[in-house]
Design a protein around this ligand. Structure first.
Ligand code: DGL
Length: 260
């Protein structure tokens, strides 16, 4: 089979990275909409138009399923919209339920970080109403992290300073868990750690999303394609320095993979 994975940019590589580990023989097509990133500050209508082109691209490539490796896109697409397409489409949302299931009994609170579109979106608020009856979850928008990730800046004084400023109104020691509700934020676990006195737990939706795709397609971990991943930036095959950027993202993801 061939699985299409897309994001506004390089954040979705964290989902791809996880999928490649879980399904080492599978074939993937990764699409980053580098021409239009970031999505997290656009209107839902603008995002839906851009995503339409990406779905059509994926269908031309004959993919068997599409993973939306982007919380922002998932938050603006309805299930009805997704059902219009002839292949399964698997979305992802901030892993608030998982965080509450695992760490909800702890004294400390849970901080969900994501893009402005996701944080303001109805979908997340509906989810919180369903699972956060004890009001343990707070939300924070961190749009600038997307821009740092796109430049391949994962660890720097600038990133640390941005996080400190953006989160200055939050009582950070009162949080024990950080939900990475934007795929671009997976790169910054080290920088988040520096901010907290004691290291928080990190929760993301990567593995859950890949498992959901495997369930939908009845795939086992031995499932096989040709084990090759093709990369596209807004429809164009990726080469040269862009490929180097993708490689440095994958190296960073390897480094932070076990930080939970
Ligand atoms: N990676 C995306 C997400 O998970 C959005 C980043 C952006 O384009 O703003 O929400």
């Amino acid at each position: 089979m061939t699985i299409g994975v897309f994001d506004s940019g390089l954040g979705g590589l964290s989902v791809l990275h996880c999928a490649q580990k879980m399904l080492p023989n599978e074939s993937f097509i990764y699409y980053a909409d580098e021409k239009h990133v970031p999505y997290g500050e656009k209107t839902p209508e603008e995002i839906r138009l851009l995503v339409n082109d990406i779905f059509n691209f994926m269908l031309h490539k004959d993919v068997d399923a599409i993973i939306i490796a982007c919380n922002t896109v998932t938050s603006v697409l309805t299930t009805v919209y997704r059902k219009r397409f002839p292949v399964p489409i698997i979305g992802m949302e901030p892993a608030v339920k998982k965080a509450i299931d695992i760490y909800g009994a702890e004294k400390k609170k849970i901080l969900v970080v994501a893009t402005p579109v996701t944080i303001k979106g109805k979908k997340l608020h509906n989810l919180m109403e369903r699972v956060d009856s004890r009001k343990k979850v707070d939300l924070a928008e961190l749009p600038q992290l997307v821009r740092f990730a796109e430049k391949g800046i994962f660890s720097s004084a600038q990133v640390g300073e941005y996080l400190r400023q953006a989160l200055q109104s939050y009582d950070l020691p009162s949080y024990g868990t950080v939900v990475l509700g934007c795929t671009h934020f997976n790169y910054f676990k080290n920088e988040f750690q520096k901010l907290f006195q004691s290291a928080p737990h990190f929760v993301d939706g990567n593995e859950g999303t890949v498992r959901q795709m495997m369930r939908v397609l009845s795939l086992s971990t031995e499932a096989g394609g040709n084990g090759i991943t093709e990369y596209y930036f807004s429809g164009k095959p990726v080469g040269g320095s862009d490929l180097k950027l993708i490689n440095s993202c994958m190296i960073q993801l390897d480094q932070v993979f076990d930080i939970n």
